[in-house]
Design a protein around this ligand. Structure first.
Ligand code: SF4
Length: 186
C-alpha cells in the first residue's frame, strides 16, 4: 500500500503519466468475429498486455469494438468494403468523438495519450494492414482506425498509430515491443 502510494507520488511529481488506447479485443478476445478466436491471436495480445501491465506509468484504455456494436457477437468475418458504409462509419465516428473528448480530459490533467494500438489485418482496426476483400490482406487502414485518426487530427490531438501483428505476416511482436519501449510504455 505504502509502495503504491509512493509510486503514484513519484509519477505525479515527475509527470511521467501516460495512456495507451487499445482495440477492444486485445483485452477481450471473445469480441472477435466467429472463427477468429485462435490461440496464436490471444497469445500475441497477452504478451503485449502483460508487458503494458508491468509498467506502472502507463494506463490502458480499452476502446469499444465497433464491429460488435454494429453486427453483434455472431458476426462472420467480413471485408473492409462491406464495413465501408454510412451506418458503420457513424458508429466509428461516435466512438472516435467520445475518445477524443476523453483524451482531451486526460491531456488537460497532464496525462499524455501516447498512442493507439490497433489490430493488423482487421477491416476496422487495422493500422498498416487491412482486408479490402476477405482472404486477401492488403496495405491500408481499417475504417475505425481511419475515422479515429481523422477525429484526432481535427481536434489537434497528435497520436502515434501502432498495430498488433497477431500473425507473423503482419510483422514481429518484438518489433512492436521495441516501439512501445521507445514510447516508454513497457
Ligand atoms: S473490430 Fe477491432 S476491436 Fe473489434 S474484434 Fe475487430 S479488431 Fe478487435
Amino acid at each position: 500500500m505504502l509502495m503504491k502510494a509512493l509510486i503514484m507520488l513519484v509519477l505525479s511529481l515527475f509527470g511521467m503519466r501516460r495512456i495507451l488506447l487499445v482495440s477492444h479485443c486485445m483485452l477481450n478476445p471473445y469480441s472477435k468475429a466467429v472463427g477468429l478466436l485462435r490461440e496464436e491471436k490471444v497469445e500475441a495480445s497477452r504478451r503485449i498486455i502483460s508487458a503494458l501491465l508491468e509498467d506502472f506509468e502507463t494506463g490502458v484504455i480499452q476502446l469499444p469494438c465497433p464491429e460488435l456494436l454494429y453486427k453483434g457477437l455472431d458476426r462472420e468475418p467480413a471485408s473492409r468494403e462491406s464495413y465501408d458504409n454510412p451506418e458503420f462509419r457513424n458508429i466509428c465516428r461516435e466512438i472516435a468523438n467520445q475518445t477524443v473528448e476523453t483524451v482531451e480530459k486526460y491531456e488537460r490533467a497532464g496525462i499524455r495519450i501516447v498512442a493507439y494500438l490497433g489490430v493488423e489485418g482487421s477491416p476496422s482496426c487495422g493500422v498498416e494492414w487491412t482486408h479490402f476483400k476477405i482472404g486477401k490482406p492488403e496495405k491500408g487502414r481499417g475504417v475505425f482506425t481511419e475515422t479515429l485518426y481523422e477525429a484526432m487530427e481535427k481536434a489537434g490531438v497528435k497520436i502515434i498509430l501502432l498495430g498488433l501483428p497477431e500473425d507473423e505476416k503482419y510483422g514481429r511482436l518484438e518489433e512492436l515491443l521495441r516501439k512501445l519501449e521507445a514510447l516508454r510504455c513497457v
